[in-house]
Design a protein around this ligand. Structure first.
Ligand code: HSE
Length: 435
C-alpha cells in the first residue's frame, strides 16, 4: 500500500510533538493506518531547533504546501484564524484533507470551512482542537452516536484549571500562577484567551456542534473568565463543601441550547471537582448511556500530537480503504507487536499492602521486618494496632515499596510459616496510577 503523504504547516510545540511521536511509533501507526504516513513537505516561516525535520523539504511560503500536488492531508498547526483559514481553504480547494488543532479556527470559521470541504468531498478533522489528547470528539461523534445528549460540562482550559488548583492548594496568587503556566507552555500566545474564557468558549462551541448537530455559533456563547476569583472565594467555597471550577456547559433546555463558560461551584465529591492542574475532563450526560466522563491531558506537545496523529490515521485508513485494517487486532497481528510476551504475575513489580495477624509477643515485629528485608523488600509504612480486650492477636499493617511479585510471594510464604502469625495474611497490590 502506498504511503499517505502529509504536508505539515507550522513548526511549533505541537508540530514538534507530532514529528517525534510519528517517528517513535512509526511501526504501530503504519499498522493501524494500513499504510505508512510520510511527511513530504513542511511549511514554516522559521525553523525550530526542537523540531527534527530531517531531510523533509521546508517551504517558507505555506501556500506551497496547500498547492503541492503530492500532499494528500494538510496538517495545520500554525494557530490564529485569518491566515490559517486562508491556508486551509486553499488546501481544500486543492483537494487536500485537513487535520487541525486550531480551536479558534474551527469555532470562528468552521461553518465556512466545513461547507467548502463538503463541496470538495474532503474531510476536516479537529480532534486536537478540544481537550488536547482526550479523544472527546470521537467519543461524542462515534462512541455516543446512538444517544441523545442532554448536556455536557467540562474543564476544557488547562491553564485556567492550573491557576485555580494552585490557588486552592498552595494559596498562590493569580498572577504568579499564570506566569508559571506561560513558562510551561500551557497558555495561549495571548493568555487572556485562557483567563477570560475565550479558549474554553472556542472548545465548547465545537463540542456543542457535534453533540447537538448545530452550526458553530461562537458569538453566542456566554463567556466569563476566572479573573475575578480570589483565594478567599476558593477557601469559602471549600468551607461550604464546594470547589470552584471553570466550566464550559452546553445543555439542551426546553427553550433552546445553553452555551456558557464561567467559574462554577461544584460539590467537592463530584469527579469533576477533583480534576486538578492542567488536566481537562468532560462529562457527557446522555439519554441511553447516562453520564460518561473523559479525562486527561488537555494541553502539551505530545498529548496534542496524539490527537493530531489519530486524525491522520483515520483519514489515511479511509483514503486507502483497506477494510481488514479496521479490525485493530488484525492490524497488530500482521506486525511483530503480536509476538509480545505476556508477563506472568510473578514477574510484575508492585507495592503491597499486607495485613498480618500476629501474637502480641516481643520480637514478632522484628521477625516480620527481617523476613521482608531478607527478600529485598523495603517497608514504606507500618501500623500496629493495639489488641482488642481479651485478645492476644494484633493486626500489623505494612505498606511496602515497589517489589518483585515473586519476592513478595516468597516473603509471604515465610511469614505465613512463623509460629507467631495467626491465620492467612491479606495481601493487596497498590497502584499509584501516576505514570
Ligand atoms: N491554552 C490551552 C489550555 C491549550 O490551557 O487548555 C490547549 O488548548
Amino acid at each position: 500500500m502506498d504511503a499517505v503523504k502529509i504536508g505539515l504547516c507550522g513548526l511549533g510545540t505541537v508540530a514538534g510533538g507530532t514529528l517525534r511521536v510519528l517517528s517513535r511509533n512509526f511501526e504501530n501507526i503504519s499498522a493501524r493506518a494500513g499504510c505508512d504516513i510520510q511527511i513530504v513537505r513542511i511549511g514554516a516561516r522559521r525553523d525550530n531547533p526542537d523540531c527534527d525535520t530531517g531531510d523533509i523539504p521546508i517551504s517558507r511560503d505555506l501556500m506551497e504546501v496547500a498547492t503541492d500536488p503530492e500532499v494528500e492531508i494538510l496538517v495545520e498547526l500554525i494557530g490564529g484564524t485569518d491566515y490559517a483559514a486562508e491556508l486551509v481553504l486553499a488546501g481544500i480547494a486543492n483537494g487536500k484533507h485537513i487535520v487541525t488543532a486550531n480551536k479558534a479556527l474551527i469555532a470562528e470559521r468552521g461553518n465556512e470551512i466545513f461547507a467548502a470541504a463538503e463541496a470538495a468531498g474532503v474531510t476536516v478533522a479537529y480532534e486536537a482542537a478540544v481537550a488536547g489528547g482526550i479523544p472527546i470528539i470521537k467519543a461524542v461523534r462515534e462512541g455516543l452516536a446512538a444517544n441523545s445528549v442532554n448536556w455536557l460540562a467540562g474543564i476544557i482550559n488547562g491553564t485556567g484549571n492550573f491557576i485555580l488548583t494552585e490557588m486552592k492548594e498552595k494559596g498562590r496568587s493569580f498572577a504568579d500562577v499564570l506566569a508559571e503556566a506561560q513558562a510551561l507552555g500551557y497558555a495561549e500566545a495571548d493568555p487572556t484567551f485562557d483567563v477570560e474564557g475565550i479558549d474554553a468558549a472556542h472548545k465548547l462551541v465545537i463540542l456543542a456542534s457535534i453533540a447537538f448537530g448545530m452550526p458553530l455559533s461562537f458569538d453566542e456563547v456566554y463567556t466569563e473568565g476566572i479573573g475575578a476569583i480570589e483565594t478567599q472565594d476558593v477557601d469559602y467555597a471549600e468551607e461550604l463543601g464546594y470547589r470552584i471550577k471553570h466550566l464550559g456547559i452546553a445543555r439542551k433546555s426546553p427553550g433552546g441550547i445553553e452555551l456558557r463558560v464561567h467559574p462554577t461551584l461544584i460539590p467537592q465529591e463530584r469527579l469533576l471537582a477533583n480534576v486538578n492542574g492542567v488536566k481537562n475532563a468532560v462529562v457527557v450526560d446522555c439519554d441511553a448511556v447516562g453520564q460518561t466522563l473523559y479525562y486527561g491531558a488537555g494541553a502539551g506537545s505530545e498529548p496534542t500530537a496524539s490527537a493530531v496523529l489519530a486524525d491522520v490515521i483515520d483519514i489515511a485508513r479511509n483514503v486507502r480503504g483497506d477494510q481488514s485494517r479496521r479490525v485493530p487486532y488484525l492490524s497488530y497481528h500482521s506486525h511483530a507487536i503480536a509476538d509480545q510476551v505476556i508477563l506472568p504475575i510473578e514477574a510484575i513489580q508492585s507495592s503491597y499492602y499486607l495485613r498480618v495477624s500476629v501474637l502480641d509477643r516481643p520480637g514478632v515485629l522484628s521477625a516480620v521486618a527481617s523476613i521482608l528485608s531478607d527478600a529485598g523488600i523495603s517497608i514504606e509504612a507500618i501500623i500496629q494496632k493495639a489488641p482488642r480486650p481479651d485478645e492476644d492477636v494484633v493486626p500489623v499493617i505494612i505498606l511496602t515499596n515497589s517489589a518483585l511479585e515473586q519476592s513478595l510471594a516468597d516473603a509471604v510464604f515465610r511469614l505465613q510459616s512463623l509460629d507467631s502469625v495467626v491465620g492467612a495474611i491479606t495481601r493487596i497490590r497498590v497502584e499509584n496510577l501516576d505514570d
